[in-house]
Design a protein around this ligand. Structure first.
Ligand code: GLN
Length: 162
């Protein structure tokens, strides 16, 4: 799990604690990982609006733009429709929208052919949830809402890859 927070801090601490290269190798070699928000940024192969020299673990063939939805005060919640979520997490039908919490959130500006697009934010049409193989990433924070469908999807990915 690569949590939200602040991706330049995650990068700097990863370098300081010498885990950047090991984690880059692990995500590239098939370790399942789920990143939300800053975690999504860390799983991106390419960044837009990164700070000078900012590095990621990578693994998902996508360009992610940091702070794309605006500053902290522009944070918002919105129902979005997500594709490919088996099970409802006790929250109703699989067709139920997902209440997504965006906190100074990134979006996916470009995704390669191998990336499955799981969800977009309707006002901007921007990609906000993706999967590539055993790597899953959301621009929003599913840990802040009771809906467990994304957690369940990640558990299923882990089961399928161990
Ligand atoms: N904007 C932050 C960043 O660039 C991410 C915000 C978040 O994780 N909620 O890392």
């Amino acid at each position: 799990m690569i949590p939200g927070g602040e991706s330049t801090t995650l990068w700097r601490l990863s370098v300081a604690f010498e885990v950047l290269e090991p984690l880059r190798k692990l995500t590239g070699d098939g370790l399942p990982a789920f990143g939300s928000c800053a975690g999504m940024i860390m799983l991106a192969d390419r960044l837009a609006d990164g700070v000078e020299g900012q590095q990621t673990y990578g693994g998902i063939d996508m360009t992610v733009r940091r702070n794309a939805f605006g500053r902290q005060v522009d944070s918002f919640e919105r129902d979005i429709t997500l594709a490919g979520l088996g099970g409802s997490g006790g929250q109703g039908d699989t067709e139920d929208p997902f209440r997504a919490v965006f906190i100074r959130a990134p979006w996916v500006e470009q995704a390669g052919a191998g990336v499955s697009i799981l969800g977009t934010e309707q006002d901007t049409g921007r990609i906000v949830a993706v999967r590539q193989g055993q790597l899953l990433a959301t621009a929003f924070h599913p840990e802040l809402t009771p809906d467990r469908r994304i957690h369940q999807l990640f558990v299923d990915i882990v089961k399928d890859n161990t």
